[in-house]
Design a binder for this molecule. Sequence first.
Ligand code: ZN
Length: 266
Amino acid sequence: MNVIKYNLFPGGAHHCITLSYDDGRAADIRLAELFRENGLKATFHLNSGRLGMGDVITADQIPEVYRTHEVSCHMVTHPFPTDNPDISVLEEIIEDRRTFEAACGYVVRGMSYPFGNYNSHVIDLCRTAGMEYSRTTLSTKGFGIPQDFLTWHPTCHHNENVMDRLEHLYDFDKHGRMRLLYVWGHSYEFDNANNWHVIEEFAKAAANREDTWYATNIEIVDYINATKALRVSTDRTMVYNPTAIEVWFTINDQAVSVKPGETFKL
Ligand SMILES: [Zn+2]
């Protein structure tokens, strides 16, 4: 019997690196540029109600500062979502979407939980407001694909020995599964701790790695969803891809891909 495994990222890569930074403060300018220079992709979670306050990025700056990256929601006023009425949670996400969609020109579909605060009801509200993923603040130290993107637990904060995690991302995996390194934090922490060298070293070391896909959060969600949308024949010799994304997988340990709208045939 043919064996098909969804174990490859785009290009047939086994590894993926993504970054996730909250609150939209001015230090994002330096961080976004650092990532860009090194070919890394990040997602920046902003609060639309704080734009232009203190040293927070203004709405006008958004397209330039975050170009090549993803902008997503962090709720208008940075509340504890579990302490708020449903209408407030919904409105704070939808208002973020309205602002960032106007600034960025794409549909905003993700977020991170302010204070890492959520419960199962908040998850339902996020989904209703159009969110397809939301990041928590619970580090797993691991490299797995999340069970549920609306409780997307990161690998580590950048202060949690991120270089060690980068090294272990490339440990031999005898099962050949996809491995994802997800690093999160706040850019202003580098100013406060005077430790920009931590992320500069990481960015250099993480760049230009073979067998690695550099992606924003939503690109990962879309890709994993595309693998789940593949339709496989009973004898596993045909794989139909009804999505708009080229999907890679192994069949009998051979890496192959199926283009959008096409059927792979063994
Ligand atoms: Zn925050």
